[in-house]
Design a protein around this ligand. Structure first.
Ligand code: FAD
Ligand code: SIN
Length: 528
């Protein structure tokens, strides 16, 4: 089938849905989601969304906290713009129907604090803020007559001049996007979606790693598509590992223990129950995530154990149960009463700071292709994202991209010369094990060699092994019918390649990129 729309949105998390709602009054919008619409990182967000809402806080403080967490390599103008825009974007979320918790008197938002924040400034909905945001936005989208939301539609590739038979390289000027090819996962047919403007809002790539807090849909599809289309990507070496995922090895994705719990007073403890963060940073358990995750990793390695603890027993019992009901219930299910027992935790891949390089309007290097949310790289996060700045970035850039796209569609036409996907000559997939086993191998090699702590040798090993996996998988791709699983595996391989390549090029320990071979180098950043 061929479809034609004004605005095509790939992804139905906070970024895609916010953009869709903003552009909907100006044309026909189609939102594609590869699974159920609600499935994505957004619905799992716990802590909340950071914004300066009252005079007790200030833009300058939030800006400083973001710059410090980013380890000196954030784009300062982007940081200032994003943080100053935050209150306006929060108001819009509330207008769409999203409920944030209020104080007992009901006149102010109840604000939490998380690692790296000098003030209480996290708006939240108990400990399941993302689920509330996703609910509110989806409801607003379903009620809009101009938006069609299509589930189980897997975007495979961005359509560019390459599909018109022209040679496109990364040096080709003026690469243009005409839409996407997408696999209808119910019929296995590959459809052609043509659009005047396309937004990628495909989320993160946590599944590059064995242990991740991100859902199974986070396979870096947007980044991989832009890589294949020869667009510009940036900062992919900065994979953020959340310090405190619940240690429950069989569970995928790993359940998160929000940083807001440390903001409320929970303390990190080693395997014997002793505090250890004083050895690493004077901000103790509330230091930025890169520092805390490395400290935990180091303590686990020293003791030869596979988890440490978070001790929340010092928090008032009512505050703990009522403020963190989801975590309380989840732990209880596993026999852990968090008012009495310490919570076993370990770090997990959580957030990709890098991605599709975009300008202030959210436009990528490929014309008429925008990106917002976790798949994009705006410059806000630098070397390490400050907690709860991700949902914020997504709404700010969805807004900016929408303003630009609304103008763009006025002068754009649909490209009718695009051919349909050619699936001739393909045979049915061979055994699934070829895909599942390769995915496991890939995740393990990334976890072991390209994780929290890296070295030149580990990166070289990862690169060599990845090469073999890449060749085997491309061979399979060239002779098989395309499936969602195979497509995701190719995307994970592309993302792994980019992470390794950018990690090898970064000859400085900064933010989340830490190599033992760069310790003590002149270019090493001072310890904070
Ligand atoms: P997502 O919400 O991940 O949505 C991606 C969408 O893209 C999905 O609809 C998916 O189906 C679709 N998609 C992907 N690939 C394709 C494809 N090929 N074809 C079609 N559709 C596709 N950040 C904060 O700021 N505060 C928090 O408290 C917070 N807590 C978090 C807790 C957890 C457990 C996790 C995992 C993350 C948390 N984050 C938090 C990070 C934040 O939730 C995410 O960065 C953010 O929600 C990403 O939103 P998004 O719209 O970019 O993508
Ligand atoms: C958390 O609640 O700890 C996650 C916050 C975030 O990822 O920003």
């Amino acid at each position: 089938m061929r479809y034609e729309v004004d605005f095509l949105v790939v992804g139905s998390g906070i970024a895609g849905l916010s953009f869709a709602l903003k552009v909907a009054p100006y044309g026909k919008v189609c939102v594609l989601s590869k699974g159920e619409a609600a499935e994505g990182s957004t619905r799992y967000a716990q802590g909340g969304i950071a914004a300066v809402m009252y005079d007790s806080d200030s833009f300058d403080k939030h800006i400083q906290d973001t710059l410090i967490a980013g380890d000196g390599i954030c784009d300062r103008e982007v940081v200032e713009m994003t943080i100053r825009e935050a209150p306006a974007r929060i108001k819009e979320l509330v207008q769409y129907g999203v409920n944030f918790d209020k104080s007992v008197a009901g006149d102010r938002f109840d604000l939490h604090r998380e690692g790296g924040h000098s003030e209480f400034r996290i708006l939240h909905h108990k400990d399941n803020t993302g689920a509330e945001i996703e609910r509110g936005l989806l409801e607003a989208v379903h009620n809009h007559p101009n938006i069609e939301l299509k589930e189980n539609q897997f975007a495979i590739d961005i359509i560019t001049q390459h599909h018109l038979g022209q040679r496109v390289t990364k040096h080709t000027p003026d690469i243009e996007c005409y839409g996407v090819y997408a696999l209808d996962c119910r019929t296995n047919v590959i459809d052609t979606y043509l659009a005047k403007v396309t937004l990628l809002a495909t989320g993160g790539m946590g599944n590059v790693y064995t242990t991740t807090t991100t859902p199974i849909v986070s396979t870096g599809d947007g980044v991989a598509m832009v890589h294949r289309a020869r667009g510009v990507l940036s900062d992919l070496e900065f994979m953020q590992f959340h310090p405190t995922s619940l240690y429950n090895p069989a569970e995928k994705p790993a359940f998160l223990i929000t940083e807001a719990m440390r903001g409320a007073g929970a303390i990190l403890k080693d395997f014997k129950g002793n505090e250890f963060m004083h050895k690493y940073d004077k901000r103790l358990s509330l230091a930025p995530r890169d520092i805390v995750a490395r400290a935990i990793d180091n303590e686990m390695k020293i003791a030869g154990v596979d988890h440490l603890y978070l001790d929340a027993r010092g928090i008032d019992k009512n505050e703990l149960i009522n403020g963190f009901p989801t975590i309380y219930a989840k732990c209880l299910e596993l026999g852990i009463n968090i008012t009495k027992d310490m919570i076993p935790i370990r770090p997990a891949a959580h957030y990709q700071c890098g991605g599709i390089k975009v300008d202030r309007n959210g436009e990528s290097s490929i014309h008429h292709l925008y990106a917002a949310g976790e798949c994009s790289c705006t410059g806000l996060h630098g070397g390490n994202r400050l907690a709860s700045n991700s949902l914020l970035e997504a709404v700010v850039y969805a807004h900016n991209a929408a303003q630009s796209a609304i103008e763009r569609v006025k002068t754009r036409t649909i490209c009718n010369q695009v051919p349909d996907w050619n699936a001739d000559g393909m045979v049915l997939n061979e055994e699934m094990v070829l895909i599942t086993q390769t995915k496991r191998e890939l995740q393990e090699l990334m976890w072991n060699y390209v994780g929290i702590v890296r070295s030149d040798l580990r990166l070289q090993r990862a690169f060599d092994r990845l090469n073999l996996i890449f060749r085997e998988t491309e061979d399979l791709y060239n002779r098989s019918v395309l499936t969602e699983e195979l497509s995701e595996l190719r995307n994970l391989i592309a993302c792994s390649y980019l992470i390794i390549k950018m990690a090898r090029n970064r000859r400085q320990n900064v933010g989340l990129h830490y190599s033992i071979d760069l310790v003590g180098e002149n270019n090493e950043r001072p310890t904070k």
